[in-house]
Design a protein around this ligand. Structure first.
Ligand SMILES: N[C@@H](CCC(=O)N[C@@H](CS)C(=O)NCC(=O)O)C(=O)O
Length: 293
């Protein structure tokens, strides 16, 4: 199988499912500009990822791709339990994640696309994104109650969990945060320890070259002297003003060192996030291995 993906996009769910399936595959990195190339539009007329090629089958749409992976590799048990009821429950959550949660992020990633119609033409992009954040929180609340007492969305690991992982990662990416959803936060942290999740993320975030932990002695650039690449590998929290501590999404980030603070930047999908933290706190995270440089 051949998967076309974009770093950190919804295609990460299919990437994780392919890892869980264990059958071997090829992953093709796409950039936003390559999505519009004539060759790619033949495969994906809407110019979106994921796309999965499996011999003469060419599939778009995450739900179809995830279902195909689960069907082709039954031994991996990716339908979340045996029989029609396990499959139906998994499909129910896949549909919820795809048609409700995934879509609810769109005005945060692409607020300008939602400035249509006379009434909305002057809408402020920040207001559009704020409404969307509230909607995502409502939807996450529904999943939080489902997850109570469960390790997996339907009780057993399924393709829906790969999708949920990506949606929760986006919640951190876009600063919605998971502080009010302890079960979702625990799920996300647990999946970050999963071998398949780590393998897919390592490819997407080009983390293969990141050094092993235990280099807290690394010399940081002098204040105002350039940036460095780092990887968030553990629980790293920052604060927006007087707000509650928020967790940074794990993965590749860029760090700019100032006199007393560092500024950490990341991008996923169309979103560019930035957070500041005291230099002393950053150094502590380096020391305990939660951040690698
Ligand atoms: N309904 C599709 C949505 C695919 C989609 O919107 N993919 C995004 C990445 S998450 C994309 O490729 N966006 C590129 C763009 O819209 O320019 C699915 O579920 O797979």
């Amino acid at each position: 199988m051949k998967l076309y993906y974009m770093t950190g996009a919804g295609s990460l769910a299919s990437h994780i499912a392919l890892e869980w399936a264990g059958g071997g595959y090829e992953a093709v990195r796409m950039t936003r500009s390559r999505l519009r190339s004539p060759e790619f539009l033949v495969l994906s007329p809407m110019g979106t990822v994921p796309v999965l090629l499996d011999e003469d089958l060419c599939l778009t749409e995450s739900v179809a791709i995830l279902a195909h992976i689960a069907d082709v590799y039954p031994a991996a048990g990716l339908w979340g339990g045996t029989g029609a009821s396990g499959r139906a429950r998994t499909l129910q959550w896949l549909a919820f994640l795809n048609s409700e949660v995934h879509k609810a992020f769109a005005p945060i990633f692409y607020p300008e696309r939602f400035r249509f119609g006379v009434a909305n033409a002057d809408a402020n992009v920040d207001d559009i994104a704020a409404v969307a954040r509230d909607r995502v929180r409502t939807l996450l609340g529904r999943i939080e109650s489902q997850l109570a007492g469960l390790s997996w969305l339907t009780g057993e690991r399924s393709i829906a969990d790969a999708y949920l992982f990506v949606m929760l990662r986006w919640a951190l990416t876009t600063k919605i945060g998971l502080a009010e959803f302890p079960d979702l936060a625990a799920f996300l942290r647990r999946l970050h320890e999963d071998r398949g999740v780590r393998a897919a993320l390592a490819v997407e975030e080009r983390l293969a070259g990141v050094p092993a932990p235990g280099r807290p002695d690394v010399s940081l650039p002098a204040p105002g002297r350039g940036s460095l690449l780092a990887e968030i590998v553990g629980v790293v929290e920052y604060r927006e003003g007087e707000g509650v501590p928020q967790e940074l999404r794990r993965g590749a980030v860029e760090v700019v060192v100032g006199e007393a603070d560092v500024v950490i930047s990341w991008s996923d999908e169309q979103y560019r996030g930035q957070a500041a933290m005291p230099l002393a706190l950053f150094t502590r995270y380096l020391g305990d291995g939660a951040i690698r440089v």
